[in-house]
Design a binder for this molecule. Structure first.
Ligand code: AMP
Length: 203
């Protein structure tokens, strides 16, 4: 008999791309409230790890510097989380659409994902003036106590890492899947743009 704790499903996926502060988490959490959607953030997954464990310390060290966590560790933990979410009935891979926030972040992760997922849409959140995002990150650092949002140097490094990887990662997917959204506008307009895109692409 197949072991349900190691079984990997074929996922139906929407990807949220965007630099730090672009709102992936905010909009992902909101979409999670819509029946049939399950939002999953790899950044959140890492922040919930036990920092006293060896793996937790290794991951935290990368995050504190604004660097990426190695691909293999990320992919293994990502898969395990989804298997667990399926086992407890929170996520139903056959019928739910998985909203991935912050994964994939490298070409290798994109290839790993493609081997087990059908990507339906990619929402690329960004804006021309990154200072707007830096301002948002400052506010979030105070409200949520996020260390990687508090340090200017780390924030700049996270932008650099995002800019260095994003286009290389996106080339692994068809251009037709990508919808770019400007996040410098009022939140209600972003919400409306996301709703419009989803209705047009998925209905
Ligand atoms: P986020 O909450 O998406 O901004 O992610 C916070 C941090 O978690 C990033 O700066 C990385 O250190 C790490 N991280 C999140 N997702 C990934 C990923 N897919 N691959 C590698 N590192 C990641």
């Amino acid at each position: 008999m197949e072991n349900p704790t190691t079984k990997v499903s074929h996922y139906h996926v929407i990807l949220l791309f965007g630099p730090p502060g672009s709102g992936k988490g905010t909009w992902g959490k909101l979409l999670d409230l819509v029946p049939g959607f399950y939002h999953f953030s790899t950044g959140e997954m890492f922040r919930m790890l036990d920092v006293d464990s060896e793996i937790g310390q290794h991951i935290m060290e990368n995050m504190r510097r604004g660097e990426l966590v190695p691909d293999e560790i990320t992919f293994d933990l990502w898969q395990q989380h989804l298997i667990n979410a399926t086992l407890i009935g929170r996520f139903h891979p056959q019928k739910d659409i998985l909203i991935l926030d912050g994964f994939p972040r490298t070409p290798k992760q994109a290839e790993m994902l493609k081997s087990i997922a059908d990507v339906k849409l990619i929402l690329k959140l960004d804006c021309a003036n990154r200072e707007i995002l830096v301002e948002r990150l400052h506010r979030r650092a105070i409200l949520e106590g996020r260390l990687d949002d508090a340090n200017q140097q780390v924030i700049r490094r996270r932008f650099e890492v995002y800019d260095a990887e994003v286009e290389k990662t996106l080339t692994h997917f068809s251009d037709n899947l990508i919808e770019a959204l400007d996040v410098a506008v009022a939140p209600v307009r972003i919400l409306s743009a996301i709703g419009e895109v989803m209705a047009r692409r998925l209905a």
